[in-house]
Every structure is written in structure tokens, then in C-alpha cells.
Design a protein around this ligand. Structure first.
Ligand code: ADP
Ligand code: NA
Length: 333
């Protein structure tokens, strides 16, 4: 029986999007504030370098993401907040998991297929092995709950398979089998330009996403230009079936306002997007602008951000180190 503990991470590989906020950061803060489980949140810089990163930009992105966590409500005195490369246990356990995970399991990862595309001979070996390192990120803390967006579900399932296989291979009950926690009104925020693609920081079109650092004008413009169909909002939620763009905007409104999608539809039933979009833009500006203001304020003191990360790394290492030591013993090292 394992004590409940929460772990999740985000890559410092570009600016944060509304998808990262609603699918991850906002929920990280809520989980922390419920206070029923210890929360560990990580800036996963070792994942970022699976694709080449300009070193100076990576450094800056790590600090900026730390500022994004804090501005979104993650309190470093309540949660452990640190960057992955500062705690050696991630890489150490990651190697063991490279030896536990099966090649066939890794080949089934859809995110690798998406990211590698047709060029899979030329991507890094790290990009392929990434989900085994992610398993180590979670299990090096014996975490039991992993809040993520829907796109990460398959990776958490792989983590479960790795935990089970390690325990079976060595005849121990050492690693917990963690649960993905995918909940809320916007577990998969879609592109504003294409209702079939997820909103992503790597989409070439900036109009496809809302960045946490966008100003009020940019947010309003992107929502105004968001793709929709010509129909008004339906009377009930079922009326959104087959209307992915409309559904996406309703989900975003629901997640930002704390209402359910059904409540939002009831509120705007029969109204045109010409009415709904400005309301959504006002809501988004209202919720996001304090975050971007706070991020810029925090970024003015990079030394303080570094101190927060160093302190978090110390706390994280205190948990990870004995777990790695024990894992090595179990393996016979
Ligand atoms: P990205 O996918 O933006 O490159 P990460 O892979 O670092 O970022 O993901 C960080 C977290 O944000 C994960 O929990 C992921 O599921 C979540 N996330 C990313 N994009 C979205 C989205 N469009 N909708 C909901 N959650 C998302
Ligand atoms: Na992702």
C-alpha cells in the first residue's frame, strides 16, 4: 500500500498555451489547494532536449515556465517545484526502465509517431525513449496520481505497465501502479483553426492557440477569428455533436468559468457566436491577464526563480534518492 502522492510535469520547450493551462497548470493548483495529497511538479528539461534546444533559450524557458507555474497558483511552499535535470534519480531510474520496457510497447506510442512523422530515422533516440523517462519521473517519487491532459493518457498507461513488469520481474511490490487523473471541462483543448488538432505550442500558426503571455487584444482577436460553423449555440449539449469547433469554445468557456459545458450551453442557448465569442474573450482576458502580469513580474528576478528551483530540487532529491538506492539493490547493483 502506497501513500497517495501527486506528480506531473511540463516541458520548457516554448511558451505555455491555454491547453497547458486548462489541461494541466490550473488543475495542478487545484490539486495542491485541496491539500489531501503531497504535490510534486516538475519542469522536465530532459524531455525538452529530445528535440534540439538552443541552450540559452532552454535556460530562459525553464525560468519562464517556473514563473508560469507560480503565476498559475502553484505555491513553492505547498508543492515541490523543481527542474528534472537537478535531480539525478530521474536519469538513473530512467535507464533501468529502458531495460524493463519492451521495444514493442514503445513502438505503439502514438505521440512518438505524431512527433517523428515520416522522418522517424532522423529523430533522436531520446524522443523514442521519452515515455520510459516519463515513467521514471513519476515512479522515482512513488507517485500514485498523475494529473495530465488527455494526450498523455497513453504514456501514463505505459508507466503502469513498466511498474507492473518491474515488480513482476524482480518479485517485489516496490513501485505503485499510478493512475492518470484526466478531469475537468477541457482535458483536450483543440486548435482554434482546426477542431481536429489539439492546441499546441508547436503548431506553426500562432492564431491556432492562445498563449498565456498574449495580451488582451491578441486574445480577443484570436477568439473572434476562431473557426466555427454558422449555426447558433444549441439548446442542449447533444446539439454540439459533430460540431468540434463549437464544442471546443464551449469547453474552454466552461473550464475558465468553473461551469459545466451543459450549464454554458443552457446559458447561451440559441445565441450566435457573434455574441458568445466576445463573452468568451472577456472571460479569457479576465482569467489569463493576471497570470501573464504575474509571470512578467516574477521574470524580473531570475535569481529568486533559481533559488526556488534549487530548494525544490533539494526536497525532491530527498524523496528520490532512497527510492533509487533501493531500486538498484532490487536489481542487484
Ligand atoms: P505540449 O503538449 O504543449 O508540448 P507538454 O507535452 O509539456 O506540452 O504537456 C504539458 C501538459 O499539458 C500535459 O499534461 C499535457 O497533457 C497538457 N496539454 C498540452 N496540450 C494540451 C491541450 N491542448 N489540451 C489539454 N491539455 C494539454
Ligand atoms: Na504534450
Amino acid at each position: 500500500v502506497h501513500t497517495p502522492r501527486v506528480f506531473s510535469g511540463i516541458q520548457p520547450s516554448g511558451g505555455l498555451t491555454l491547453g497547458n493551462y486548462l489541461g494541466a497548470l490550473k488543475r495542478f493548483g487545484e490539486t495542491q489547494d485541496r491539500g489531501d495529497m503531497p504535490t510534486i511538479y516538475c519542469i522536465v528539461d530532459m524531455h525538452a532536449i529530445t528535440v534540439w534546444q538552443d541552450p540559452e533559450k532552454l535556460n530562459r524557458a525553464t525560468r519562464e515556465l517556473t514563473a508560469g507555474f507560480i503565476a498559475s497558483g502553484i505555491d513553492p511552499t505547498k508543492s515541490i517545484l523543481f527542474n528534472q535535470s537537478a535531480v539525478p534519480g530521474h536519469a538513473q531510474l530512467g535507464w533501468i526502465f529502458n531495460c524493463v520496457a519492451r521495444l514493442g510497447w514503445m513502438q505503439r506510442m502514438t505521440q512518438f509517431k505524431d512527433k517523428a512523422g515520416k522522418n522517424s530515422e532522423n529523430v533522436s533516440l531520446g524522443l523514442f525513449a521519452y515515455p520510459a523517462l516519463m515513467a521514471a519521473d513519476i515512479l522515482v517519487y512513488h507517485a500514485t496520481h498523475v494529473p495530465v491532459g488527455e494526450d498523455q493518457k497513453q504514456h501514463v498507461e505505459l508507466t503502469r505497465d513498466i511498474a507492473i513488469k518491474f515488480n513482476n520481474d524482480y518479485g517485489v511490490e516496490f513501485f505503485p501502479v499510478p493512475e492518470p487523473v484526466i478531469e475537468g471541462a477541457a482535458t483536450r483543448v483543440m486548435s482554434l483553426r482546426d477542431g481536429t488538432k489539439k492546441m499546441s505550442k508547436s503548431d506553426p500558426s500562432d492564431m491556432s492557440r492562445i498563449n498565456l503571455t498574449d495580451d488582451a487584444d491578441a486574445i480577443a482577436k484570436k477568439i473572434k477569428k476562431a473557426k466555427t460553423d454558422p449555426e447558433p449555440l444549441p439548446e442542449t449539449l447533444e446539439g454540439l455533436e459533430g460540431r468540434p469547433e463549437a464544442r471546443n469554445l464551449v469547453n474552454i468557456y466552461a473550464a475558465l468559468s468553473g461551469k459545466t459545458a451543459a450549464e454554458v450551453v443552457a446559458e447561451y442557448a440559441g445565441q450566435q457566436f457573434g455574441t458568445f465569442k466576445p463573452a468568451l474573450a472577456d472571460l479569457a482576458v479576465d482569467r489569463l491577464s493576471p497570470i501573464s502580469t504575474e509571470m512578467s513580474r516574477l521574470m524580473q528576478d531570475p535569481a529568486e526563480i533559481d533559488r526556488i528551483l534549487a530548494h525544490g530540487a533539494e526536497q525532491a532529491n530527498a524523496i528520490a534518492e532512497p527510492i533509487v538506492r533501493r531500486a538498484y539493490q532490487i536489481v542487484g547493483m
